[in-house]
Design a protein around this ligand. Structure first.
Ligand SMILES: Nc1ncnc2c1ncn2[C@@H]1O[C@H](COP(=O)(O)OP(=O)(O)O)[C@@H](O)[C@H]1O
Ligand SMILES: [Mg+2]
Length: 373
């Protein structure tokens, strides 16, 4: 039995807005699952239904086998951390952390012990007497985390907890959150719109788009095997091409896109003539190799030389733009800006799927979309 079960969960606001549409997701004990998707796709609403702040319009939420639908928030044994910390400004750190314990009548020596434990867990031992105004954003967020954990919740919910912090702090606090989560083996749902954050911290990522769950799985499998063009473009950089399945031949198929012909490893059962999206990751354009499964030649239109990689774009002979990345440019051959360069793409790196209405929306009137982040 999964720790958290969301079964056909739907939330409508005012009869017209469907914020969450028939969501099915199970989260196992001790797992950290991220809800990832663009702003407005229903992540916060899903979390608020789990917490009990919103009632489900339809469907069932179970935690540890128990139906939660009509249980008020304080009876759910859930710890929550919000984006804006929501630390009480007129209470000391100790008082903030004690809040949930007081509600549960944990007092005296036991209360003291639990507060000390939680502050230690988040690296804030010795900060108990401080007022929130004397703390940095990162410290405030750790107080919020200590306050959520002190009640020893069976589930931890985090709603964009790092979004108000600067980039360096975001990385260091996300590492801390992950470490604590693994130490306590606490079942956690982490909401974010930041794909790198979701990839780095999660056991599984659940990608949402316009109220619907699109795909879920371990980070690398979602990256490597996206179910739709949206997921391919949202998780990591990729070149998306609008194309057609020309012919299937056993394990390999032939695709075409704007004059480019590509051999691809077969995925799913599409018939010749099917309209497809094609995703090719920048690092899958191999430079300086002699074998040519899928040769692509073009003019280097753009080049950035970074320490760990060289990043650029070519315009191929059919006018298609494709992104490339070469690792370790100091030790690897890198094409020159404005030169003609030839790359190879392995059939395994050509990912494709049937083009549906939502994917067509991504392409608008273009045949190529460079999803840069
Ligand atoms: N209380 C509410 N009343 C009406 N609409 C709401 C309410 N809360 C959220 N929504 C709408 O539901 C959709 C999903 O919102 P939300 O869950 O906050 O998305 P996310 O957290 O992914 O950005 C949005 O269209 C939002 O405007
Ligand atoms: Mg939100």
């Amino acid at each position: 039995m999964a720790m958290i079960e969301l079964e056909s969960v739907t939330k409508k606001f005012g009869g017209t807005v469907t914020a969450v549409d028939n969501l099915n997701l199970e989260i196992n004990e001790g797992e950290l699952v991220s809800l990832l998707g663009p702003s407005g796709c229903g992540k916060t609403t899903t979390l608020r239904m789990l917490a009990g702040f919103e009632k489900v319009t339809a469907g069932t939420i179970r935690i540890n086998g128990q139906v939660m639908n009509d249980l008020p928030p304080q009876k759910r044994n859930i710890g929550i951390v919000f984006q804006d910390y929501a630390v009480f400004p007129t209470m000391s750190v100790n008082e903030n952390v004690a809040y949930g314990l007081k509600l549960r009548n944990v007092t005296g020596a036991e209360q003291k012990k639990r507060i000390a434990e939680s502050l230690e867990l988040v690296g804030l031992t010795g900060f108990g007497q401080r007022m929130p105004g004397q703390l940095s954003g990162g410290q405030l967020q750790r107080v919020a985390l200590a306050r959520a954990l002190v009640i020893r919740p069976q589930v931890l919910l985090l709603d964009e907890p790092l979004s108000n912090l600067d980039a360096a702090l975001r990385v260091s606090i996300r590492k801390q959150i992950r470490k604590i989560q693994q130490e306590l083996k606490i079942t956690t749902v982490f909401v974010t719109h930041d794909q790198e954050e979701a990839m780095s911290i999660s056991d599984r990522v659940a990608v949402m788009k316009t109220a619907k769950l699109v795909q879920h799985g371990p980070p690398v499998s979602i990256y490597d095997d996206p179910a739709t063009a949206f997921v391919a473009g949202f998780i990591g950089k990729t070149t998306l091409l609008r194309g057609k399945l020309e012919s299937g031949n056993g394990d390999l198929v032939k695709l075409s896109a704007g004059g480019l012909s590509l051999n691809a490893r077969k995925r799913g059962e599409l018939s010749p003539g099917a309209e497809v999206w094609i995703s090719i990751r920048p690092q899958d354009l191999q430079y300086g190799v002699s074998f040519k499964d899928n040769p692509v030649t073009g003019k280097v239109d753009y080049l950035e030389l970074l320490g760990s990689l060289a990043r650029g774009e070519i315009i191929d002979n059919n006018g298609l733009g494709l992104m490339f990345e070469v690792a370790n440019p100091a030790r690897s051959p890198v094409p020159e800006l404005s030169s003609q360069a030839s790359f190879n793409i392995s059939p395994d790196a050509v990912v494709y799927g049937q083009l549906d209405a939502a994917d067509s929306e991504i392409f608008k009137d273009e045949d190529v979309v460079l999803a840069r982040e």
